[in-house]
Design a binder for this molecule. Structure first.
Ligand code: NOJ
Length: 605
């Protein structure tokens, strides 16, 4: 195997790997069951690394794998220093990380920082009396009236952020389920204990963490209890530890908020390396239903510049509901009406559905949304199963609707497990449209025209266009509101253009994508930094279900030639007039803007 995860000193550009990374979010419990007990495990995930490498992802994000009573998908941790016995052992985790690293794949994991399970020994002790050594490890109060400004996140199931404890005869604070008491970060012992958790897993080789529910760490009178300065100070403390002892490891903030509030979690480059861009996601779904770019362009215009060395993490779907917290009431009503026609599709403040059913199974629309995900500013995060357009099961409770077993083959249990069906942690999908008989990895790997192959090819293309990771974005003027067109431009490392990094080992089933890595195109501009060169990519998307004309204002690129990325097809050079293109229904195209204006016929076969 040739590819490994590089190590380096602090300040090393290789520490900015996350700016060029495609993340893959994986539910260990739902991916592959290696020991036939009906639950996916770490050994199962490790057995599927060939597949993930073949797909072309760069970093795994593991959903919580600690011991837990599993009343919130593992976000109710009962021991921060162990692996859930259903998933294996710490040794299995280390073996997974080492194997992934050998293939050039990094691994980050959830750090459930804000709360624990009420089964956690810390809480068991804390609730036992008002005087025990852990009495102040959680947030206690004599009444339930304090901090009325703090919203209840799961307002459909919890009436208050306070719950009365019968043993201690006091109320405890929780921002999520009442079985998830919040830790008290005003207690220095708690703050130190979580740093110990951080060190423990980084010492075992993890490449970083997603900081779960990070906005809620502190509470202060007269505030909403979100994004407080004390919370930012604690994030800086974690970051300082990473920079000092674990350079190259990353923090990814799960802070659901407006772009300006979320961007604060980058600090001045001294907090998180990445933050999820929550408000962008629902607006992509609004834009394609309204067939207008404005929901997307408006939220992008409200998105502040971020410090150097930082990056947005962008996504279409994840393990939670399609959250509609960061939209107006009118937009929420619209999205519910369009995407949750059956009330059983609603979950908390959102919609509990996967990508493919949300799009009524329209492959062209799925391709369009992925083309946007891979070209908008940020590092894309793919949710397991969405690469084969898996479906959901809205009859399962809470967010289990989108957490059913990965569909590997048309065999028993979708190839996920050889356990008896009744023993599976959740039933796999078996319906005629999205069931494992119709939608599975094996079939899609054998079919070069499948969505899986299409996505894999797009990831290959994206690797050859590093400017999509770090470039500026200029949204282009276009009189047609259904067209979303932008140019991503900037300076990129020469090496990252010329050599598409090898992913090492050959895939288990080698199949040509028909979309080989792009040959570098010259933009004719002198690089400001030696070893770098300019790259500019024009990305054009038609949000309408009908063919549309696009007249693009490409004045700053006059004289340059758009070269279509997938086929290396040269298009007419940009002139003084607006540039005309035509796009098919839900069509998209990416073009590199090249300075070499050869006659059109010269490059034809
Ligand atoms: C955010 C997680 O994504 C979600 O699944 C969980 O329920 C809450 N945090 C509480 O931990």
């Amino acid at each position: 195997m040739s590819a490994t995860v590089p190590s380096g000193s602090s300040g090393d550009p290789s520490h900015h790997w996350f700016q060029h990374t495609v993340f893959y979010e994986v539910l260990v419990r739902g991916f592959f069951d290696a020991n036939d007990d009906g639950t996916g495990d770490l050994a199962g995930l490790r057995a599927k690394l060939d597949y993930l490498q073949w797909l072309g992802i760069d970093c795994l994000w593991l959903l919580p794998f600690n011991p837990s009573p599993m009343r919130d998908g593992g976000y109710d941790v009962s021991d921060f220093f162990q692996v859930h016995p259903d998933y294996g052992t710490i040794g299995d985790l280390v073996a997974l990380v080492e194997d992934a690293h050998r293939r050039g794949i990094r691994v980050i994991a959830d750090l459930v920082i804000n709360h624990t399970s009420d089964q956690h020994p810390w809480f068991v002790e804390s609730r036992s009396s008002r005087t025990n050594p852990k009495a102040d490890w959680y947030v206690w109060n004599d009444d339930d009236k304090r901090w009325p400004e703090a919203r209840v996140v799961f307002a459909d199931v919890e009436r208050s952020n306070w719950t009365f404890d019968d043993t201690r005869k006091q109320y405890y604070w929780h921002r999520f389920y009442s079985h998830q008491p919040d830790l008290n970060y005003d207690n220095p012992e708690v703050a130190e204990a979580m740093l110990e958790v951080v060190r423990f897993w980084l010492d075992l080789g993890l490449d970083g963490f997603r900081l779960d529910a990070v906005p809620y760490l502190f509470q202060r009178d007269g505030t909403s209890g979100e994004h407080l300065p004390e919370t930012h100070a604690y994030v800086r403390r974690i970051r300082k530890q990473l920079d000092a002892e674990y350079p190259g490891r990353i923090l990814l903030a799960e802070a659901n908020g407006w772009p300006a509030d979320v961007a604060d979690y980058f600090g001045t480059g001294d907090e998180c390396h990445l933050c999820f861009h929550f408000p962008l996601m629902p607006r992509l779904f609004t834009a394609v239903r309204r067939e207008q770019r404005y929901p997307v362009t408006e939220i992008l215009s409200q998105t502040p510049e971020i410090p150097d060395g930082c990056q947005w993490a962008i996504f279409l779907r994840n393990h939670d509901e399609l959250t509609l917290e960061q939209v107006t009431d009118e937009e929420r009503d619209y999205l519910f009406a369009e995407y949750a026609k059956d009330p059983r599709m609603k979950r908390h403040m959102g919609i509990g559905r996967r990508l493919a059913p949300l799009l009524d199974g329209d492959r062209r629309l799925a391709e369009l949304l992925y083309a946007l995900l891979l070209s908008l500013p940020g590092s894309p995060v793919v949710y397991y199963g969405d690469e084969i357009l898996m479906g959901d099961n809205i009859y399962l409770g809470d967010r289990d609707s989108v957490r059913t077993p990965m569909q590997w083959s048309p065999d028993r249990n979708g190839g996920f497990s050889r356990a008896d069906f009744a023993r599976l942690y959740l039933p796999p999908l078996m319906d005629p449209v999205y069931g494992y008989g119709a939608v599975n990895v094996e079939a899609q790997m054998r079919n070069p025209g499948s969505f899986l192959h299409w996505l894999r090819g797009m990831l290959v293309q994206r690797r050859s266009l590093p400017v999509l990771g770090v470039g500026r974005m200029e949204v282009l003027d276009c009189p047609n509101p259904s067209i979303l067109a932008f140019v991503r431009s900037g300076e990129v490392l020469e090496a990252s253009i010329a050599a598409v990094p090898s992913t090492g080992q050959e895939p288990a089933v080698p199949v040509s994508t028909g979309q080989e890595p792009a040959v570098p195109v010259s933009t004719g501009q002198e690089p400001a930094v030696p070893g770098h060169r300019s790259q500019a990519v024009l990305c054009v998307h038609n949000l309408s279900r009908f063919a549309q004309p696009a007249l693009l204002d490409l004045a700053p690129w006059e004289g340059m030639r758009p070269v279509e990325v997938l086929g290396r097809v040269p298009f007419p050079a940009v002139g003084a007039e607006p540039y005309p293109l035509a796009l098919g229904p839900y069509g998209y195209s990416w073009f590199e803007l090249s300075a070499s204006v050869e006659p059109l016929g010269a490059q034809e076969p």
